[in-house]
Write a protein that binds this ligand. Sequence first.
Ligand SMILES: [Zn+2]
Ligand SMILES: [Zn+2]
Length: 534
Amino acid sequence: MLKRASPVFASSLSELTAEIPLIHIDAEGRTIDMLLQYIYPDCRPEVGSDFDAFLAVLQLAVVYQVGHVMQILRKMLVTPEMLTQFPIRIYAAATRWRFTAEAEIAAEATGRLDLARASEKEVGNISATDLVKLMGRHVRRKSDILEALKGWKSSLCKTCQSMPGDSWSMRYYVRAVDEVKKHPATDVIFSEEFINQETGKSNCPECDNYFVLSQRLKDLKQAAAHSMRRQSPSYSRKSVQSTVSTIAPITPIPSTPQLENIFSEGDCILRSIDSQDIRVYRRILIEASMFWKHLFSLPQSQPDVDPADPESAVPIVDCTERGRTLKLLLQLIYPVPKPKFRTFAQIEPVLEAAHKFEMDAALQHLAGILREAHFIQLDPVRVYALACRYDLPELARLSSSFTLRSDLEQTAEESVFGLSAISFLRLLQFRDTRAAQITAILTERAPPSPCEQCKIAWASNWLRLALEEVCRRPVSDTIFGLSFVTKSFDVEQVRRSFDRIGYHQCNNIFNIADHDWLQELKKKIDMLPESLDP
Ligand SMILES: [Zn+2]
Ligand SMILES: [Zn+2]
């Protein structure tokens, strides 16, 4: 039965010769039991609401290539009940196993969620990369559906286009745009319930004609679905930039002749994955790390020492790092000038190695480099992800405050490499909490009153712009900056008011009371906690 069901079982069973063959499977007993129930005919076990158990069985079916069970479970993965409960996790699972169609369906089902507000239960243990991918998809999907809706609007008669209230078609357009802006998916706007709303009100004989309408709805569905299948996602500016920076040729790190020589002497050889032999002094490694201290305290086996050749007695340690990486790491613990790092691509492998070899001093030095502006300001999310990964709480705290200054909706996938979705969600929630706190402070008191004559107030312009800005970047630096404040003085608006009510001594100016008002707001905002405890 097993041989029939899976090529993996078939090959491992044919290798076994014992009377009762024994196969070791890396899974819990109940998962294996469940898989067997699916393999046996006429057995349909109830997975119920235990989503983790369901995924475990599917995982096993994928690993053992149990084709027909995989088919059954893939169908179950995208049933409406599953999709309403766990769309994000289904998307992540389907992406991992390259179930393209299922991933697409699940991604569409996430459209009804505000991803920044997803709960821990909804994201489970998925990676931040999957969450960021979904966020990017939501942005693209929204603009695509809105584009399709524009097509709908442009096919209406001129009268309807300018009078939103007079036809069902135009009212549908307004309602649908509203809905899609909140939730970038089509399930709601194409639902019977949504379509049947407002049918009783006034209609346009031309646009709301039944036959014209049903054709136009069909076109809209097609246009909206077409964009879903489009394979070339439009990349955000930031992700293009970051991609370029990672594939750009690595600028060589200047090395002095002295550095070339230091790794030709020593009582031990580190052999890199790219076959470079790096000579080091064990003493230095032992002082720098518990890992090496432990390694060199183990009894050394030296079977083929040639007494005539002292060189053959030098122990060799095979490493999985590249020679370049090892040399940079060693420079950090040797009494030589420290290397300079300019890009994430340069520093990341060294950080990984320092963490693996438990070289605390080197790790702290690298953490210090990541605090420099061209790392932490350029990509604070990436620094945050590294800090979480290598257990650097101080750096995590500092970088979390810098993430408030970057637009998290634009996060590139490589910035969150290795970060869990839950950690990334905490950043999003931190941003939203601060945005809410700042909004409360800004709207607590009414802004200074407008000019008596023209009723224009730069302060209300400023407040409107500031509230928009703090939703994305909830910090005080930008909104109180000179250029931001001057932006709220709309010269055109004042000029038009002169045309309207005539020239007057306009009181829409920046006076000392306004200055105090802004100062007070800034002081309150700056008192809010600005970093997240990892
Ligand atoms: Zn019309
Ligand atoms: Zn005025």
